[in-house]
Design a protein around this ligand. Structure first.
Ligand SMILES: Nc1ncnc2c1ncn2[C@@H]1O[C@H](COP(=O)(O)OP(=O)(O)OP(=O)(O)O)[C@@H](O)[C@H]1O
Ligand SMILES: [Mg+2]
Length: 478
């Protein structure tokens, strides 16, 4: 809990901090750029005002209309007050037309002394007597190639700084509001971001805790498609597999104990009986019967252990496969013949049916024998009296895109419920349905069939009708 809170808080803190850094960097950038733009704008305004002043006076000077020039000088000062401190024009006869922003006469006469003739443009910054920084623009005026006078305008640098400061403080105020609003939204969003990460992780942790306590029925509800969704799905699959493994372990333990205990107790019991036979001189038939039962029990034990070993080898890809080109018909006939006495004894029919011309195929004969034997043994086991078991083989290319041999083991026995048909190939799986009492086995026979067919790059599947019978089919490539 503490850890998850930390994660949420950490994400909120990191994201907010990152946001703050970004906001500061962006604001600083805006601040510097804005200052540059304002300074540039004011400079451009000054140049424009000075140029329009000069062009206003242009015609008046040509016709020597001093009143008009004087008027333009005064108009410039009154229009651009307080930015323009003074403006003036001095003609070639040193007559000065002058206007000033301030009404101080002394100051006027001091500033008037700045109006001097010049041959070229200049811009000069200097401190006035009042301490105000002034930026002076001056330009000579030529008429018919002759310098007929000079225009001079003094702009206030102090006023320019005030304008920039005002602009910047207004902008800072706006930035402040934007920063506060963005930070509030950012903190809220990062909190939800942290929450959306922490919540599924909390669910995962709880589920993992449940599994560690042995409760394997956990499932995390997933309704997102991102990495966390994928992680939750993987977790659910993992939990499902642990559950399957757990039930497999239970089946294994119960199969192993049953399969070991029953032949062992048969061996034990019949050994006692044999000892008694020897001690009490019992008949030879009784001794033989005891030995046969011991033999059957040891065969059953050996088969079980071999099955387990084979499966382990198959899982580790260590099972040796010795393939040769062989006919399947004699293999089928051999197995059917082998089951004939048992079928007669149990009043069942077992037969083979070879259809078409089956070519030799490349197989491990012993393994394919084991596959057919396991299927026939099941069919016999799950068929009632008077039932029949048929082993059929025929060549086909239907649905495979290549030539295959299909072998069917068909019975008219108890069948398998539809929803369990595909499960029977799982390790230790035993079909359960209320209707028929089924003989118990280890549930390894069909797993071995599946793995061996896979080793031959073939396919195996089952079709069944409950109460009517089952057909196990497998196909091997030619
Ligand atoms: N022909 C069949 N008809 C009906 N049910 C079948 C048939 N073949 C298999 N089954 C069902 O599938 C289950 C699994 O079969 P599988 O051969 O793997 O194990 P088993 O026969 O129980 O034990 P063993 O390891 O000794 O073969 C059986 O327990 C049985 O319920
Ligand atoms: Mg079996």
């Amino acid at each position: 809990m503490v850890c998850l809170m930390n994660l949420k808080a950490k994400i909120t803190l990191y994201v907010s901090f990152l946001l703050l850094i970004v906001i500061i960097a962006v604001s600083y950038n805006i601040f510097v750029t804005q200052k540059k733009i304002l300074t540039q704008q004011i400079s451009e305004n000054r140049t424009r005002a000075f140029k329009s002043f000069v062009s206003m006076c242009n015609e008046a000077i040509k016709v020597k209309d001093d009143i008009q020039v004087n008027h333009a000088v005064e108009l410039l000062v009154s229009t651009y007050k307080p930015s323009v401190v003074y403006a003036g024009y001095i003609n070639s006869n040193n007559v000065v037309m002058f206007a000033s922003r301030d009404e101080d006469r002394n100051m006027d006469s001091v500033l008037k002394t700045r109006i001097k003739q010049t041959n070229k443009d200049y811009i000069e910054v200097y401190p006035s007597l009042t301490g105000e920084q002034i930026c002076e623009f001056a330009t000579p005026f030529f008429f018919n190639g002759e310098n007929v006078g000079t225009f001079v305008v003094g702009f206030s640098q102090t006023n320019m700084k005030e304008q920039i400061d005002n602009g910047i403080s207004m902008m800072l105020h706006k930035i402040k509001i934007i920063v506060i609003v963005t930070m509030i939204i950012g903190v809220i969003l990062s909190y939800f971001l942290g929450y959306s990460f922490a919540k599924p992780i909390k669910k995962l942790t709880n589920a993992a805790e449940q599994i560690s306590k042995g409760n394997l029925d956990v499932e995390i509800k997933v309704n997102r498609k991102d990495e966390i969704g994928k992680l939750s799905n993987t977790f659910n699959n993992m939990a499902k597999q642990i559950k399957e493994l757990d039930s497999m372990k239970d089946s294994f333990v119960s199969s192993v104990s049953h399969e070991l205990r029953s032949p062992l107790s048969a061996i034990d019991g019949y050994c006692d009986l044999l000892i008694e036979c020897v001690n009490n001189n019992y008949s030879k038939e009784q001794e033989l019967k005891g030995l046969q039962i011991i033999k059957q029990a040891t065969v059953r034990l050996t088969n079980f252990i071999n099955n387990i070993l084979d499966l382990a080898k198959m899982k580790a890809n260590k099972l040796e496969v010795k393939k040769i080109d062989a006919d399947v018909a004699p293999i089928i006939d051999e197995i059917v013949t082998l089951y004939q006495p048992l079928a007669t004894q149990q009043k069942k029919r077992v037969y083979s049916e070879i259809n078409g011309n089956i070519p030799k195929i490349n197989i491990d004969v012993e393994k394919i024998k084991q596959v057919i034997t396991n299927l026939v043994s099941n069919a016999m086991k799950f068929t009632k009296e008077n039932g029949s078991v048929g082993v059929k083989a025929f060549p086909t290319s239907k649905g495979y895109g290549d030539d295959y041999i299909e072998i069917w083991v068909q019975d008219d026995g108890v069948g398998i419920p539809k929803q369990q048909v595909d499960l029977v190939f799982q390790k230790f799986y035993q079909v359960h349905d209320g209707e028929f009492k089924r003989p118990k086995g280890t549930g390894l026979g069909l797993t071995i069939v599946f793995e061996m067919v896979k080793l031959h790059k073939g396919y195996v599947w089952a079709e069944s009708d409950l109460g009517k019978g089952t057909t196990f089919k497998f196909a091997l490539p030619k």
